[in-house]
Design a protein around this ligand. Structure first.
Ligand SMILES: C[S@@+](CC[C@H](N)C(=O)[O-])C[C@H]1O[C@@H](n2cnc3c(N)ncnc32)[C@H](O)[C@@H]1O
Length: 139
């Protein structure tokens, strides 16, 4: 398979306007924003509720795609390491993984807390967080 076509299901509305002003991980700053779901995908959010945690897979549209090695944030002294060992936004397929808490849902808008993505970041998918699946220690 050479190419894969992805269609955004929505976009992030966030007070973060540039990558430089974003927290490295959303959990570090409790930034609130919205996920606006495109009308044709609204049925897909049926059942989500305030208080749920969701994984938001987004497309870091401003990221570099030619980066294969990065300096780990917490341990620069270790030197360069492969990008797949990191959570860097710059990578061959710049997919971001945001774990956010739902605050409110109205029609096609989900208010969330815990974002590190800039305003306008396309959303590719949303998955409900299940501790028994997503946390190996709970298995
Ligand atoms: C280190 S990444 C971590 C992202 C996600 N939580 C993850 O683990 O996949 C977060 C950084 O991505 C950058 N960023 C946010 N939105 C972006 C976008 N649309 N395009 C490029 N970079 C972005 C910001 O610099 C932010 O600090």
């Amino acid at each position: 398979m050479k190419d894969i076509k992805l269609y955004p299901v929505g976009k992030i509305e966030s007070p973060i306007t540039t990558p430089l002003e974003a927290p490295r991980q959303g959990q570090e700053a409790h930034i609130q924003g919205k996920i606006i779901i495109n009308p044709e995908y609204v049925k897909a959010i049926k059942g989500l509720r305030p208080g749920d945690y969701i994984w938001v897979l987004c497309w870091f549209h401003l990221a570099k795609r030619d980066v294969l090695e990065v300096y780990p944030r917490m341990a620069r002294e270790r030197g360069l390491t492969g990008v797949f060992t990191s959570r860097s936004h710059s990578r061959p397929n710049p997919i971001g993984l945001e774990l956010v808490k739902i605050l409110k849902i109205e029609k096609n808008t989900i208010w969330v807390e815990g974002l590190d993505a800039v305003n306008g970041t396309p959303v590719l998918d949303i998955k409900l967080f299940f501790p028994q699946i997503d946390c190996p220690r709970n298995r």
